[in-house]
Design a protein around this ligand. Structure first.
Ligand SMILES: Cc1ncc(COP(=O)(O)O)c(C=O)c1O
Length: 429
């Protein structure tokens, strides 16, 4: 019996059901992954007990020797992984990382550009229901209808017209490499800051399989729990620290501060209090894993699996936004399949296959219904699945989407999915 089962059988049962769900179904949500047991051991450790407001060596609390060690390891390993001179591992989430980066580089009311949410952007890139859209004057750019890739003619035109102080590149449902170099050219032409949000492909960037934003961007944010396969959280990096860049950040008072100091103080005390030391230590464990040669093989397999999946879907006449993928994610437009994203998500759920409905560029349906689904390969690749499993999975998806109300068929797929999953256990019990 575990402590939890003894003390709180009700929640223990809930946990058991979640373990069973993760083990016995196919996780195709592109933003999810399965961390290692070592990462979970650290995330579930006594480090959760420690208050450590501040940064290593400069805390507001005593007793921080060992959490300092953990945070320094996290920062150093992260810097090594991405070639970044400055790292901050304290943001509780990707959204907090974005908030801290925006609040450091620009002021409320300033103009910013980001990829439209329905074209693959993220809530924190200017959605009106998010702090970003409420605090700043966001101008959205889009992908082109023909290519499904960022429309750089539009980006250049909007940049010239609106003179944003900052441009964000990256997003949540963009299947192609983020074009850092092209964004940099446009940002430079109007003397704007360039921020990359690599929440999705950061594991691929770390493995050297996706271009790196570091030489092009003033600031880079990411989550740690997607392709990077760490605990849930956020990070902020800069390739090079710099001082009061081009006079764009006015010092509030006294000496001119380095941007690293400004970011640190925006994270804490600006928007967060005590850091989650158990999560920061678990990030250090995950960054250590990502530095190993096996992680490169893992990242390579993620992309190969996504490309096999794309080929298989194309053979079955599915429309992929941008025609395919360079990364771990596919955005499937279901308009020619007589089903909405919402209905597809529901039926696939009944078949033991977890995906999320997703708007596709130029979608006429609402975000609650959508015309598409987003699928990704990081989690099933962690389980060790490869080409033949991917092909089988695509055929199951097609069967479920082609006959979404056939309960018998969906139940049959679910049992086949469960059998497949039992051959690829996630955790050794
Ligand atoms: C591009 C991008 N940025 C930021 C985030 C926010 O991360 P979090 O959910 O940890 O706040 C996400 C999460 O999906 C994302 O895809």
């Amino acid at each position: 019996m575990s402590h939890l089962s003894d003390q709180d059988p009700e929640l223990f049962k809930t946990l058991e059901r979640e373990i069973n769900r993760e083990e016995s179904t196919l996780e195709l949500i592109a933003s999810e992954n399965f961390t290692s047991q070592a990462v979970m051991e650290m995330a579930g450790s006594v480090m959760t007990n420690k208050y450590a407001e501040g940064y290593p060596g400069k805390r507001y609390y005593g007793g921080c020797d060992f959490v300092d060690e953990a945070e320094n390891l996290a920062r150093n390993r992260l810097g090594e992984l991405f070639g970044a001179e400055y790292t901050n591992v304290q943001p509780h989430s990707g959204s907090q990382a974005n908030m801290a980066a925006l609040m450091t580089f620009i002021k409320p009311g300033d103009t910013v550009m980001g990829l439209d949410l329905s074209h693959g952007g993220h809530l924190t890139h200017g959605s009106s229901v998010n702090f970003s859209g409420q605090l700043y004057n966001f101008i959205s750019y889009h992908v082109s209808k023909e290519t499904g890739r960022v429309n750089f003619e539009e980006v250049a035109r909007l940049a010239k017209e609106h003179q944003p102080k900052l441009i964000i590149c990256g997003g949540s449902a963009y299947p192609r490499f983020i074009e850092f170099e092209q964004f940099k050219e446009i940002a430079d032409s109007i003397n704007a800051f360039l921020m990359a949000d690599i929440a999705h492909p950061s594991g691929l960037v770390a493995a050297g399989l996706h271009p790196t934003p570091i030489p092009y961007c003033d600031v880079v944010t990411s989550t740690t729990h997607k392709t990077l396969r760490g605990p849930r959280g956020g990070i902020i990096m800069m390739g090079k620290d710099f001082e009061n860049p081009w006079g764009k950040i006015a010092p509030k008072s006294g000496r001119v501060k380095r941007v690293s100091e400004l970011i640190d103080s925006t994270v804490m005390p600006g928007i967060q209090g005590g850091p989650l030391m158990h999560i920061i230590a678990a990030k250090a464990v995950a960054f250590g894993e990502a530095l190993q040669p096996e992680f490169k093989i893992y990242a390579k397999n993620i992309i190969q699996n996504a490309q096999t999946m794309a080929d298989e879907f194309l053979k079955l006449d599915y429309q992929l936004v941008s025609g395919g993928t360079d990364t771990h994610v596919l955005l499937i437009d279901l308009s020619n399949k007589n089903i909405t994203g919402k209905a597809a998500e529901y039926s696939l759920g009944k078949a033991g296959i977890t995906v999320n409905k997703n708007m596709v560029p130029f979608d006429e349906r609402s975000p609650f219904v959508t015309s598409g689904i987003r699928v990704g390969t990081p989690a099933i690749t962690t389980r060790g699945m490869g080409n033949s499993e991917i092909r089988q999975i695509v055929h199951w998806i097609d069967e479920a989407i082609s006959d979404p109300e056939n309960e018998v068929e969906l139940a049959l797929i679910k049992s086949n999915v469960s059998e497949l999953c039992s051959n690829f256990p996630i955790y050794v019990h």
